[in-house]
Design a protein around this ligand. Sequence first.
Ligand SMILES: *Cc1c(COP(=O)(O)O)cnc(C)c1O
Length: 412
Amino acid sequence: MAIKSSAKTVKMPAKPAANKNGAQPGYFGAYGGRFVPETLMAALQELDAAYESAKKDKRFREELDSLLKNYAGRPTPLFYAKNLTEKLGGAKIYLKREDLLHTGAHKINNCIGQGLLARRMGKHRIIAETGAGQHGVASATVGALFNMECVVYMGSEDVRRQEPNVFRMKLLGAEVVPVNSGSCTLKDAINEAMRDWVTNVRTTHYMLGSVLGAHPYPTMVRDFHRVIGREARAQILKAEDKLPTAVIACVGGGSNAIGAFFEFIGDKKVQLIGVEAGGRGSGLGDHAARFRGGAPGVLQGTYSYLLQDEFGQVAGTHSVSAGLDYPAIGPEHAALADLGRAEYVAASDAEALAACSMLAKTEGIIPALESAHAVAECVKRAPKMRKSDVVIVNVSGRGDKDIGILREHLKF
Ligand SMILES: *Cc1c(COP(=O)(O)O)cnc(C)c1O
């Protein structure tokens, strides 16, 4: 199977034909696209068409909204973190509480959307990849809700590290398939899921978990998460009667961040800040900060920033948070970075752990270690800002899943 799993540091070929609006579908500037084996093209086109038609269908949108509200628990609060604000002594800090959603993270927004789409396409089997297990749990949840067979591919290393989530997925009726190739982590699980999809494309929907992969995934997954920023924008206008100075979110593949950012992109004065995993150092293999050491290349269907060695082979990554531990970033973030519309920084493992502990103690909220990277950037930045500045931090998930890792690192 010719799955593209190695990076190619090539300049993009001649631009694909523009559609009649001048925009290239599936491209964000030079990034994105659809770099897949021929055998997947029909499936991607089918998905694209189904999504385009669903978007315009009032009943689809109503059902999605209803499930987001009554099943997932939207809207999520925008909480004024008074204690943290006072402790840091600068900007006023608000937390967007995606951690309060059903299954404990933003991922359910996308899974409900794709689940409805799978049903609309008449597919009765869903497959998914998972790293830490959060997307696997959200997929298994939706599989149960929609009475669909659900198979989750997970690197064997992650199966070992994330045992409670493996059990959770099984409890929800999903089959978990350990993947024993490559580094036995997320990237390898995606390869395996793509193999399954090629083989079972007529019956199966591939529920991809972030704004990655070939078109239409980066656009579609973003759209299912736009509700985060849409709510936050209205909530902050209501609370403060003005737009925020900055919106901060952690960036693995980039789905919670693009969801939080998107509604603010047109508000030129609002700073959009993505926080990558700075890991344990700046050497290749010690972090997952694609903008700090990566270069454009193709991985798993899309052209974007990618950590790679001098031969264009995908580099290893490290982060204390499994959800940020991936060598590529969603293509829309690459475009926003090139445009200078969003800024990308990194927080180290140690900074994230400290921020997690600080938020727990000041506000009684234990954030996921992924989200703690966004909190860490806020901890650095807020004291230097004015009291009239307002910052929104997207708390993408709750930290209960990370208790084991926190216990290893934090001593009391
Ligand atoms: C999966 C996950 C992430 C990283 O994924 P993105 O697509 O970058 O949002 C961040 N936070 C939490 C809580 C997650 O579960």
